[in-house]
Design a protein around this ligand. Structure first.
Ligand code: NAP
Length: 355
């Protein structure tokens, strides 16, 4: 841990987001000074959850105004930082203009932040929040892997601005980061590649797509069943641990798949049945693929028939052994993450029970 001076501030982009919340908590609990460049530092409602964390921790938080697309806007926040976490990037599937809403902020934003790291002598390490979406595009891509499992050496080569644009945005952003990191030697880049993130957020009203997805399990829109869509899942609290270790373990290097479970939609829903099945219309099984293909795109924004064809009834498998061996991550059970998350969504008033 000694290679990062604990007295130096740590910059966290996207601190207001779902994924960054628990990381900020960990840093504050460890006594760090967090520099949080946010789009709107004068929005007390948005910052209140982070302020509550800082009020109850030995560390402190300072806000700065910055936007991924505003070149040079991270200059002030990064001053004096040895460690930078770049988590900010839009995570939404409902977009009209994928280039403007997803790809530009992801790629140009990464360039903006990392060019600032290049200009700032104190920076020793940058941890980038990429995604498993930069490793694979569709579940069918698993067929092209040698051993039927996604690993850190795989790259998403099937997504584009027209098909799976969010995944494409994460792929081009991570490539941009490796490109910039490779042209210098003062700071090193460590990358975190999470699968679908679940579990209770610090801010129960975050904009992350994770909330929309899990909310659908209780709002009746999936009462007839969910598509048998394979995916990985990881708890947001375990992901914060992974970020912290990627930032503070000197020996951490390269990409890291952060994914606790190889799972699918029906299995995620199943974890909710014992506790919530009576009060909420939790899906009890899978819908046939042809049904998902026919009606899915009409009911779910951002879902296309091509996505259904290439993902439903295909398993998802990833090798998370590097995260366990090198970062020492101890993943919690799927049920715990799902139940805690769903309970938070209910407590936040985002779901109405059957009565
Ligand atoms: P989120 O809650 O929507 O957080 C996104 C963050 O990015 C927010 O803090 C947001 O700031 C910031 N941001 C978006 N556009 C920005 C811009 N133009 N300028 C400055 N900041 C901007 O989503 P999340 O799930 O936490 O995602 C955080 C990171 O985790 C992303 O890199 C995402 O790709 C990655 N990830 C997420 C998942 C998942 O399942 N959730 C899985 C893998 C990877 P505002 O508060 O100002 O909107």
């Amino acid at each position: 841990m000694a290679f990062i001076n604990k007295e130096a501030p740590v910059m966290v982009t996207g601190a207001t987001g779902y994924v960054a919340g628990w990381l900020v908590k960990k840093l504050l609990d460890e006594g760090y000074t967090v520099h949080a460049p946010v789009r709107d530092p004068n929005n007390p409602e948005k910052l209140k959850y982070l302020n509550q964390l800082a009020d109850n921790a030995p560390g402190s938080i300072k806000y700065f105004k910055a936007d991924l697309l505003d070149q040079g806007s991270y200059a002030e926040a990064i001053q004096g930082c040895e460690l930078v976490f770049h988590t900010a990037s839009p995570f939404t599937v409902d977009v009209k203009d994928p280039v403007k809403e997803l790809i530009d902020p992801a790629k140009l934003g990464t360039r903006n932040v990392l060019e600032e790291a290049n200009k700032t002598e104190s920076v020793k390490r940058v941890v980038l929040t990429s995604s498993c979406a930069a490793i694979y595009g569709d579940n069918k891509d698993l067929e092209h892997t040698e051993n039927g499992v996604f690993t850190e050496k795989h790259w998403n080569s099937s997504s584009s601005a027209d098909h799976q644009p969010y995944s494409y945005s994460k792929t081009v952003a991570e490539k941009e980061a490796w490109d910039i990191a490779g042209k210098q030697s003062r700071w090193d880049l460590v990358v975190i590649n999470p699968s679908l993130v679940i579990g209770p957020g610090i801010n129960p009203y975050a904009t992350s797509e994770s909330f929309n997805l899990i909310k659908q399990f209780g709002d009746g829109s999936m009462r007839t069943g969910v598509p048998n869509w394979g995916m990985g899942a990881v708890d947001v609290r375990d992901l914060a641990d992974a970020h912290f270790k990627a930032g503070t373990l000197e020996e951490a290097t390269g990409r890291h798949i952060i994914s606790a479970h190889n799972t699918d939609f029906p299995s995620l829903a199943k974890t909710l049945l014992p506790k919530f099945g009576k009060q909420f219309p939790i899906p009890k099984g899978a819908v046939p693929k042809f049904m998902a293909w026919l009606v899915g795109p009409m009911l779910t924004k951002g879902l296309t028939r091509k996505m259904v064809s290439l993902n439903v009834n295909y398993p998802w498998r990833a090798d998370n052994s590097k995260s366990i061996k090198e970062l020492g991550i101890n993943y919690r059970p799927l049920e715990e993450s799902m139940v805690d998350f769903f309970q938070q969504i209910i407590d936040a008033g985002l779901l109405q029970s059957k009565g």
